[in-house]
Each structure stands twice: as structure tokens, then as C-alpha cells.
Design a binder for this molecule. Structure first.
Ligand SMILES: C[S@@+](CC[C@H](N)C(=O)[O-])C[C@H]1O[C@@H](n2cnc3c(N)ncnc32)[C@H](O)[C@@H]1O
Length: 365
């Protein structure tokens, strides 16, 4: 295992005034990072501060917007204070019970985290130690408790290791202050090159509204969500949880449609008939309304529905309607896999429409 600072001292010559992350890495992660294309990049902060941290009744602290935000707005960028291995494989001492072994592993992790935390700059250490800890009664040491309460799952730093989606926990000064909602209005994206998170609004947010974040998959039932939230030591009281029966039915509908609402299905529809597509468009529009009603714009199904609707309108030769969906797709900046070049379709008079291989294709049948 390695302790390292990111960006390292060589990079810091370039970005000397920037915050750094202390890391407790598996072998190979540091090298993987150094070899990433474009690494290192500076941390680019938004020009305007759009949030403040305040006390929230029953939730500890939380983030609130200080101005009206639009879907896709960048709220903040942040390099984590700490990025650390979630767990380390340890040989089990003979005669240790499961409980003893678990405690032994937690203690071992605590000692490793201590080394990483002691490497932090004083202001970073102070911010880290001030974070919430809901693991004070389960054998976790104080640092493990802070990491387990505040860590965002981070993968992609162990090339060749199968299932590397959440090998690391990343603890942030501000993002880790976000409270959970099952209808979150923000999501974050991690950029390896700048080694930082960017937090985006996934829908319009009013001035003074609480900024919320999904701690786990929010597309599932209320019961499953409460189960997944148990380690955080609170019971969620968001609208989707308090009106669980109605919300569960809508989320189940969204999840079921997710499996079939693919662009390839639409393409299959084209071979069928205009009529099929017409009906399908109505169904997709209804699904989009459900997603918005449930506040699930953070899920990739939102993109699928918008993209499908844009395509259907292009295929029908309806540039004005297509451009309205292109404008919304253009704002989905929080998922690098989904972001695309929708700018060319923003103007309904753009020549990109006529150049599109499916433009008015339906009407030529
Ligand atoms: C990552 S921290 C969030 C920031 C935290 N509220 C603070 O004071 O720093 C996670 C902890 O915040 C609290 N929390 C987060 N979301 C909550 C919610 N929706 N309702 C009540 N408490 C919540 C829980 O105590 C949880 O363990």
C-alpha cells in the first residue's frame, strides 16, 4: 500500500496554490493515475459561489443554494481531502472469531488512515476532523467512522482489477456535507485528470433550496432504499419515502420501462410503422413526466427518454420539437458517458437536421 499526495510535489509546482488530496492507495493506483491522458489538470472552480453550509433541523449540517440554479449548472468543484482504500486484505490470525477479525481489520484501517490524515495540511485536517461521524458505536475508530459516514465511492484507479467501481472512498470538505434525498437535485462527476469532483444541478433549483445528493441507487423501492441507508444512521423522510406506496409504483414503472426504452427499440419500430412510433412517443413522453414527478433526473433513464424523443422528432422531420429536447440534453453535463454534441441541434433551422441520416425518414416510407 502507498501513501501519496495528489497532485504530487512535481505537479504542485504548476498548481501550487491548489488543494491536494492525501491518498492511501493500493499498489499500481498512483502509476495508473500518472499515466492517465491529460493528467494533471488544474482545478477550475466556478466563478460564482452558489452554496452555503448551514445547520438543518434533524440532519446536522447541509448545503443550500444561494442563487437560483438551472439544470446543468456547475455548483462547485472540489479535490477530495482524502482518497483511501475501503478495506485491505489481512491474513486472519488463528483462533480469531468473526467479530474479533472484523475489529482487527477496522483497527488496522484506522492506523493506515491516521498516517494519511497526518499528512494533510493543517486546514484540510481541521476540515476533515470536523465532518460528521455516524459510526461511533460500531467499533470504527474516529477516522474510519468519518470515512464511512462521508466517503463517496470512487473506482477506475485499479486497471485490470475486476469490479473496480468503488475500491476507494473519497472524503470531501463540501460535497461530503450534502444530505441525502431519494429525489436528489444534484449529482457529482469525478474527473481523473484534475482529480476532482464537479457538482451539477440536475434540474432547476430555487434560491435557498437545500442541495441534496443520492447516497445510493434511488431507482429502487422505499424499503430497499431505507435498508441501504441504514449504515448512515437516519430514516429518510423525503416525499418519496413518506408517500412510499404511490412513489414505489411510479419508480417500478420507470425501472420496468428502463429495460425496454432503448434507441434500438425505436429503430426496430421504424421498420414497423409510423403508427407504432406515434404511440411510442406518447408513452415515452408519459415516462418522462413520471421521471420528473419522482425527481429522478439524476438517473440515466432521463437521458434515454430525452434522447429518444429528440430522435423521434428528427425522424418525423420536426426540428422545432427536436431542438427543445436537444437543449435539455445539452445540459446533461454530469455524466461523461452521456454528454454529447447537441449544440448542432439547438437551432431548428440548423443544417445539421437535413444532414441527419434519419431526417424525415419516416415520411419517405
Ligand atoms: C455525509 S453526511 C452529510 C452531512 C451531515 N449532515 C453533516 O452534518 O455534516 C451524512 C450524515 O448526514 C445525516 N443525513 C444525511 N441525509 C439525511 C437526511 N435525508 N435526513 C436526516 N439526516 C441525514 C446523517 O446523519 C448521515 O449520517
Amino acid at each position: 500500500m502507498t501513501y501519496t499526495t495528489v497532485p504530487n510535489s512535481f505537479d504542485c509546482v504548476k498548481f501550487s496554490s491548489e488543494p491536494v488530496s492525501e491518498c492511501f492507495f493500493f499498489p499500481g493506483s498512483k502509476e495508473a493515475l500518472m499515466n492517465m491522458p491529460n493528467y494533471p489538470q488544474p482545478l477550475i472552480r466556478p466563478k460564482i459561489t452558489s452554496f452555503r453550509i448551514v445547520d438543518v433541523a434533524g440532519k446536522g449540517k447541509g448545503l443550500f443554494s444561494t442563487r437560483a440554479l438551472k439544470m446543468g449548472d456547475l455548483i462547485l468543484t472540489e479535490r477530495p481531502l482524502l482518497v483511501c482504500a475501503r478495506g485491505v486484505a489481512l491474513p486472519r490470525p488463528l483462533n480469531f472469531s468473526d467479530e474479533q477479525y472484523f475489529q482487527y481489520a477496522l483497527d488496522h484501517l484506522e492506523r493506515n488512515y491516521e498516517i494519511a490524515v497526518n499528512r494533510m495540511r493543517p486546514e484540510a485536517k481541521e476540515a476533515f476532523m470536523a465532518l460528521a461521524n455516524c459510526h461511533t458505536e460500531d467499533g470504527s475508530g474516529p477516522l474510519v467512522g468519518i470515512v464511512r459516514t462521508n466517503g463517496l465511492s470512487l473506482g477506475g484507479l485499479r486497471p485490470g482489477v475486476e469490479g473496480d467501481v468503488g475500491t476507494y472512498n473519497a472524503v470531501c470538505k463540501d460535497i461530503s456535507r450534502l444530505n441525502h434525498s431519494c429525489s436528489p437535485n444534484t449529482v457529482s462527476q469525478f474527473g481523473m485528470a484534475s482529480f476532482s469532483y464537479s457538482l451539477y444541478a440536475v434540474r432547476d433549483i430555487a434560491d435557498g433550496e437545500e442541495l441534496t445528493y443520492p447516497y445510493m441507487d434511488v431507482g429502487v423501492s422505499a424499503a430497499k432504499r431505507q435498508e441501504d441507508l441504514a449504515p448512515y444512521g437516519f430514516v429518510c423522510t423525503c416525499t418519496a419515502c413518506t408517500d412510499a406506496a404511490a412513489s414505489d409504483a411510479r419508480r417500478a414503472d420507470i425501472a420496468a420501462f428502463n429495460a425496454s426504452a432503448s434507441i434500438s427499440l425505436i429503430e426496430a419500430g421504424i421498420a414497423g410503422a409510423d403508427k407504432f412510433l406515434g404511440k411510442y412517443r406518447v408513452k415515452i413522453s408519459a415516462q418522462l413526466k413520471l421521471v420528473e414527478q419522482e425527481g429522478l433526473e439524476s438517473l440515466s433513464i432521463y437521458w434515454v427518454l430525452l434522447r429518444t424523443l429528440m430522435d423521434v422528432h428528427i425522424w418525423r422531420g420536426e426540428a422545432k420539437e427536436a431542438s427543445a429536447y436537444a437543449a435539455r440534453l445539452d445540459k446533461i453535463r454530469w455524466d461523461a458517458d452521456l454528454a454529447g454534441d447537441y449544440k448542432q441541434f439547438l437551432d431548428p433551422k440548423s443544417s445539421a437536421y437535413e444532414k441527419h441520416k434519419m431526417w424525415r425518414k419516416l415520411y419517405r416510407r
